[in-house]
Design a protein around this ligand. Structure first.
Ligand code: F6P
Length: 554
């Protein structure tokens, strides 16, 4: 990539070294004191863009920290990497591919050439194809074999062909167009298939086989099972095309599966699976919320792209969030990152980010194949608040690990219920406040004495009541979870992940690590089913195969 100091390990950059020293100086940094000393801390360390407010004031940072982190980004060649990403350079080095998910939300009229071909007309051609399908289904023009309109859409896909569409269609449930319900079938587990199909009528169901490769085991098995189910339920074979469409970059395999060429929506190898919800992989989203809302989603993501490419690094939301992640992961030994949406409709956000972040940044070598000597992507975990407060927040507050948290919360709820939303918002803020503030030994003792406990009891209980505080969190506030804001939010995290990989010098767009398990799966399957008697290469696998064969009744 142009102007990237690839030959330099990031750890040798002067800013990295300076950050190491600065980290030592920050040992005694106390956020509570920093807030007490600086009434402007929120104003200085918060930022609004694309309908999102990012409050990053509750972090273990001062001006010096930010200055050094921005220097790190500059010295690592981040501006050139961003340019390379958007210009279609082969940023996915190991697969020799560009990663142009940003082209999918680019307005018509712009030009973006890849290998001499302008991609934008192709993107808009597919968007047009999607618009037609959505309109035919919503208007009832597309009918099933018995002439009934389609009311159920089942997306058969896994990973990026599932998590992004599921997140968005569920997050935007208040925008659902009447008449079409979307369902997701991802896992190969027969229980998932049975539970779903028990609720479906083949006459009114459309299956979207969604697979960039059209070679993913789980998806192909489920697609075959769906076809068998359709036929077994009385669906005529000659009318299959009214009930099965596909989204894939492997048209040949989809046609071989039996899907009509005109019912296949294209994907491109320059879009990674986990970045693909903006493409025809987003069909279930468009069917759920309508094409205008889908375009609003794209517009929000495009606005974030504009912000990302144009804002100075120090006022750039994805860059700042990425740098904070690097600060904690590489200088404070944080191993995980909590994602805590305070919104029922955003409950799948953490799952989407798990794939986005962990599949992108779970790497141990740099683009040039040399091993890294620092931590890369953290474990992403979390879930919806307030539920988490009554489960795992204990570890955030008093556990031994430093776990930075991102709180995500809308100002307005789509389901006002008495004062519930005020309480939800209050809980979100107070959790972040508690992480920062903590409770000192003196405060804990005073609290216990105020309750009238004797001194021995005060001393016995006080250590358990101490909350260290000084634990970092960001708060991202949306006015409401609407298509535009959500598009911006998802794109924000996409860019955050990219910035980290660009600084580390790793490849955010391949995922070789997932392949070995798939390769070994066939051998295990053949031994489980008795296709081969050859023992497995290790005693554990062989013992478990034996255990299964002796007990399996199915
Ligand atoms: O196995 C991992 C993976 O390749 C993901 O990267 C991808 O999102 C998912 O499988 C599904 O792939 P496909 O869309 O090709 O079925």
């Amino acid at each position: 990539m142009a102007d990237r100091p690839q030959s330099h390990a990031v750890t040798t950059l002067p800013a990295w070294q300076a950050l190491r020293q600065h980290r030592e100086q920050m040992n005694d940094f106390n956020m509570r004191e920093a807030f007490a000393d600086d009434s402007q801390r929120f104003d200085r360390y918060s930022l609004s863009s694309c309908g999102l407010l990012l409050d990053y004031s509750k972090n273990l940072i001062g001006d010096k920290t930010l200055e050094l982190l921005v220097q790190l980004a500059e010295q690592a060649g981040l501006p050139a990497s961003i340019e390379a990403l958007f210009n279609g350079e082969k940023v996915n080095g190991s697969e020799g591919r560009a990663a142009l998910h940003t082209a999918l939300r680019s307005p018509i009229g712009r030009r973006l050439e890849l290998d001499g071909v302008d991609l934008i007309p192709q993107v808009h051609q597919v968007l047009h194809q999607m618009t037609e399908l959505v309109s035919r289904i919503h208007s009832g023009l597309w009918r099933g074999y018995s002439e009934k309109p389609i009311t159920e859409v089942v997306n058969i896909g896994i990973g990026g062909s599932f998590l992004g569409p599921q997140l968005v269609s569920e997050a935007l449930r208040p925008f659902t167009q009447r008449g079409v319900r979307c369902h997701y079938l991802a896992n190969i587990d027969g229980s998932e298939f049975r539970d779903l199909t028990a609720r479906l009528n083949p006459e009114t169901t459309l299956f979207i086989v969604s697979s960039k490769s059209f070679g993913t085991l789980e998806t192909l098995k489920n697609a075959l099972a769906a076809r068998d189910w359709y036929l077994a339920m009385g669906g005529p074979e000659a009318q299959l095309h009214k009930h099965f469409i596909a989204v894939t970059s492997n048209e040949k395999a989809a046609v071989e599966f039996g899907i009509k060429a005109e019912n296949i929506f294209p994907m491109w190898d320059w879009v990674g699976g986990r970045y693909s919800l903006w493409s025809a992989i987003g069909l279930p989203i468009a069917l759920a919320i309508g094409i205008s809302n889908f375009k609003e989603l794209l517009a929000g993501a495009y606005a974030m792209d504009q912000h990302f490419t144009q804002a100075p690094l120090a006022q750039n939301m994805p860059v700042l969030m990425a740098l904070l992640g690097i600060w904690y992961g590489n200088f404070w030994e944080a191993k995980s990152q909590a994602i805590l949406p305070y919104d029922h409709y955003l409950r799948n956000f953490t799952k989407h980010l798990q794939q986005l972040d962990m599949e992108s940044n779970g790497k141990s070598v740099r683009q040039d194949g040399s091993p890294v000597d620092f931590s890369t992507g953290p474990v992403i975990w979390g879930g919806v608040g307030c539920n988490g407060q009554h489960a795992y927040h204990q570890l955030l507050h008093q556990g031994t690990q430093l776990i930075p948290a991102d709180f995500i919360v809308p100002v307005n709820s789509f389901s006002p219920l008495a004062d519930h939303h005020q309480w939800l918002f209050a809980n979100c803020l107070s959790q972040s406040q508690a992480l920062m503030h903590g409770k000192t030994r003196a405060e804990a003792e005073a609290e216990l004495r105020a309750k009238g406990l004797d001194e021995a009891e005060v001393q016995r209980l006080a250590p358990h009541k101490v909350i260290p505080g000084n634990r970092p969190s960001n708060i991202l506030v949306l006015t409401r979870v609407a298509p535009y804001n959500l598009g911006a939010l998802v794109a924000l995290y996409e860019h955050k992940v990219f910035v980290q990989s660009a600084i580390w010098g790793t490849n955010a767009f391949d995922q070789w690590g997932v392949e070995l398990g798939k390769e070994l799966g066939l051998g295990v399957y053949q031994r489980l089913t008795g296709e081969t008697d050859e023992p497995a290469s290790d005693a554990s696998t062989q013992g478990l195969i034996q255990h299964f064969r002796e007990r399996h009744r199915g």
